[in-house]
Design a protein around this ligand. Structure first.
Ligand SMILES: Nc1ncnc2c1ncn2[C@@H]1O[C@H](CSCC[C@H]([NH3+])C(=O)O)[C@@H](O)[C@H]1O
Length: 338
């Protein structure tokens, strides 16, 4: 006789309280280069241990655990990569995400979650005053180096939403350019477009490196400094605002969007990329869950709904706000006209 679906179970408690062990196992596999050690041919624990130059016991237990988690499959004592692991966890893959481990599990970030109760009770971060919104926060250089490959599908989806006039020279401003993936994707699609990238100085060095590698160095310039106060310039055809607004409160986002409106030419577009939960704020889980990241790492950030973006954009002077999910990613674009 099987238990009814709603029978009390401690399973969720154990899965959640031990979730840090899943992160630790995946981080160990990336650190030990275990996915590359398997590659495209099934391998035994002994073979993997030899290739990783580790004692057998740890590799066998780790490989079994990664199989339980769904990163590997196991048949007849041989481990293989799943299609997703081959795409995202083999270092030679263009979509390799192993580098993101450095940012996502950086001590500063995990520490921010070490006493969430205090953060909630105090109504401010328990570790630092400004969290990741501090000027020149060093985590953003790590982010720019580590997260670029993860942003490629989202940036291409976002670029596909924009049609730029190819009968004249056009200009795009990328706010919080970081790795540069968003601005570069637009410029690569539009041969007469010039990219202006804005971020902190040390981060812009990474943007510039990536712009050069993408072959657009001659259509690239920078604005260094605080996006809330630095001169943004004017007459842009498009302003990209990817993953920036969620760090701030609604009033500051609206104030910022007014600046963006003033920087666009009439009829120009703002394209925001964000985690956009439904009005219930609990679905879809990946987008809705992002607000916890902002609770842990910023003083006032949040994941805003489309209705909230519509209000902020209208107040800032924009019209025709539309929402565009960017599958297969968990993010959406909000586009509006100046
Ligand atoms: N006040 C600020 N002025 C300029 N850049 C900022 C500011 N606050 C945060 N940033 C940058 O905003 C970025 C946030 S992460 C988002 C990066 C990129 N747009 C993406 O979608 O992947 C980081 O690169 C920070 O350095």
């Amino acid at each position: 006789m099987s238990a009814p679906d709603n029978a009390p179970s401690p399973q969720l408690f154990f899965e959640t309280i031990n979730a840090f062990q899943k992160s630790a196992a995946l981080k160990a596999a990336v650190d030990l280069n275990l996915f590359a050690a398997i590659g495209d041919a099934p391998a035994t624990a002994t073979e993997i241990a030899e290739r990783c130059q580790c004692p057998l016991r740890g590799i066998r237990i780790l490989a079994d655990n990664l199989t339980i988690l769904g990163f590997l499959t196991k048949a007849d004592g041989h481990y293989s990569l799943t299609p997703s692991s081959a795409v995202f966890l083999l270092p030679q893959s263009p979509a390799y995400m192993g580098g993101a481990v450095k940012f996502l599990l950086a001590p500063g970030l995990t520490e921010a979650f070490s006493d969430l109760a205090s953060t909630i009770r105090l109504g401010r971060l328990h570790t630092t005053e400004h969290g990741t919104t501090a000027p020149d926060h060093p985590a953003w250089v790590e982010f720019a180096r580590a997260m670029g490959p993860m942003m490629v599908p989202t940036s291409q989806g976002a670029a596909a939403l924009l049609t730029l006039d190819d009968s004249r020279d056009t200009r795009v401003l990328d706010i919080s350019s970081s790795h540069g993936a968003y601005g570069i994707a637009v410029v690569l699609k539009n041969p007469r477009t010039h990219l202006v990238a804005l971020d902190w100085e040390a981060v812009l060095a990474v943007t510039e490196e990536n712009a050069r590698a993408a072959g657009i160095a001659n259509r690239f310039s920078k604005i260094v400094g605080d996006a809330f106060t630095v001169d943004l310039g004017s007459g842009y055809d498009v302003v990209l605002v990817p993953n920036f607004l969620h760090h701030f409160n609604l009033e500051d986002c609206t104030r910022f969007l007014k600046r963006v409106h003033a920087a666009l030419r009439p009829g120009g577009k703002v394209l925001i990329v964000e985690f956009v939960p439904n009005d219930d704020r609990v679905t879809p889980p990946p987008a809705a869950g992002f607000s916890l990241v902002m609770l842990g790492t910023t003083p006032e950030g949040d994941a805003y709904t489309f209705a909230e973006y519509e209000r902020m954009l209208a107040e800032a002077g924009f019209k025709e706000a539309t929402l565009h999910p960017l599958p297969p990613t968990m993010q959406s674009a909000v586009v509006a006209v100046a």
